[in-house]
Write a protein that binds this ligand. Structure first.
Ligand SMILES: Cc1cc2nc3c(=O)[nH]c(=O)nc-3n(C[C@H](O)[C@H](O)[C@H](O)COP(=O)(O)OP(=O)(O)OC[C@H]3O[C@@H](n4cnc5c(N)ncnc54)[C@H](O)[C@@H]3O)c2cc1C
Length: 380
């Protein structure tokens, strides 16, 4: 179905961004997956062309683009021609906005220009070995020492964990209230801040997911984000957009799998005829396309609502839940239609499948999404 969602400006932005990806990213995907990381210079290249923090004010070197459709274009192109393990969206859209919304003028002026240029890479550290979905269970503590805060604890599964220069760390700031947390800006090189190994994973092979350790790290007061008792509130504020970002990317990965499979079944011959002529194949493709088209309409609608400042937590949760489950079903069927080839990394669908498995778990699992939606139905 022809999408009415984008205008000329976004179409030419898409062309330019696609060219960038095809030149700077697509040819290197395999090497980066083998290395378990993308090169730092990639962030600088993105920054030079204005692709990081596109929303940032021009005073910080940004483009000041508020229309989320431009970010949607980038997410869709990333899923087709980019590398899922290159987490520039986490840097630009999931972490930097905290500095915009809750940082003071000094922090914004000090940090944002370097994030726009790609000189300073960002990460966010909430999850701990014993606290993921239930963040109130975190053990990392920050204690006010008068002129600084003393940070102790450990985080795990942190994206950009090795590459990051600045990590937004969530830590408890009260011994009595488990829901009282603060957000602390921990910089590369601060004494007592150490990184563990890059964790080996099923998919997202080029993403440096790591453990982080904080042993008596002295965080200056200038690196506390906003009110150190309001971290939970701050984290909740960004969740609708975070889930929408997920939804756009998951659906685009499913489209990518569908497109390569559409071509594959035309080429592959079984029992003397193309796989595409088997009724099973035709029905499977028809079911997949139906799910993809219907999901796309909902996602585009959520993007429009978000642009209007009206995207609710439950609508974003539905988008995340549905698209991640559609993605799971579609990539699984696509592997099946590829036969053994679908299990081989030289076929795109193989890594699309392993990358997709995490979509139903991180950024709020499917179960947590159902909880949020149920609460909106039942009132609690
Ligand atoms: C590749 C990758 C990158 C990541 N990047 C980051 C990052 O950059 N920063 C960061 O802080 N974290 C990151 N994470 C962590 C991620 O956000 C957590 O894994 C996720 O929140 C789930 O937490 P958990 O792993 O502790 O699972 P758990 O919370 O222990 O969940 C286990 C199971 O219990 C279910 N469950 C939990 N609560 C409920 C409930 N109330 N009702 C029903 N079922 C429930 C879950 O849905 C899940 O099926 C990343 C994880 C991965 C794998």
């Amino acid at each position: 179905m022809q999408r009415q969602h984008f205008n000329e400006e976004q179409a030419s932005f898409r062309d330019a961004y696609r060219q960038f990806l095809r030149r700077e990213v697509t040819p290197h995907r395999e090497a980066w997956r083998a290395a378990g990381m993308v090169p730092r210079e990639l962030f600088r290249k993105m920054g030079e062309l204005g692709y990081l923090l596109i929303w940032a004010d021009e005073t910080y070197g940004g483009l000041g683009v508020e229309d989320f459709r431009f970010q949607q274009v980038m997410l869709e192109e990333d899923a087709l021609y980019g590398e899922a393990g290159f987490y520039h969206t986490l840097h630009s859209r999931l972490v930097a906005p905290y500095i915009k919304h809750f940082g003071n003028a000094e922090q914004q002026a000090r940090i944002l220009p370097k994030c726009v240029s790609g000189e300073c890479i960002l990460a966010i550290a909430m999850t701990e070995p014993d606290a993921g979905s239930d963040l109130a269970g975190m053990k990392t503590r920050a204690v006010d020492q008068g002129d600084h805060w003393l940070l102790n604890g450990a985080k795990t599964y942190i994206s950009n964990g090795i590459l990051s220069d600045l990590v937004l760390v969530a830590a408890k700031t009260s011994a009595e209230n488990p829901r009282q947390i603060g957000l602390f800006l921990v910089e590369r090189g601060m004494e007592g801040f150490e990184r563990g190994r890059t964790l080996a994973k099923m998919g997202l092979k080029a993403q440096d997911t790591a453990e982080l350790f904080f042993r008596d790290v002295r965080v200056p007061k200038a690196n506390v984000l906003g009110d150190p008792s309001k971290g939970f509130h701050y984290l909740m504020r960004g969740l609708a957009e975070e889930r929408l970002i997920g939804a756009v990317g998951y659906l685009a990965n499913a489209w990518g799998s569908f497109e390569v499979t559409r071509e594959f079944v035309k080429q592959r011959k079984v029992f003397g005829k193309p796989l595409s002529e088997m009724q099973n194949t035709r029905f499977k493709l028809a079911s997949m396309l139906t799910e993809l088209e219907v999901a796309q309409v909902y996602v585009d609608q959520c993007v429009n609502r978000h642009n209007a400042g009206e995207l609710t937590a439950e609508a974003a949760a539905m988008a995340k839940l549905f698209t991640s489950e559609v993605e799971g079903r579609v990539v699984d069927e696509c592997v099946q239609l590829h036969g053994g080839a679908g299990y081989m990394d030289e076929y795109e669908v193989s890594w699309r499948y392993t990358n997709a498995r995490i979509s139903r778990v991180y950024a709020g699992s499917s179960e947590i999404m159902r909880e949020i939606i149920a609460r909106s139905i039942l009132g609690r």
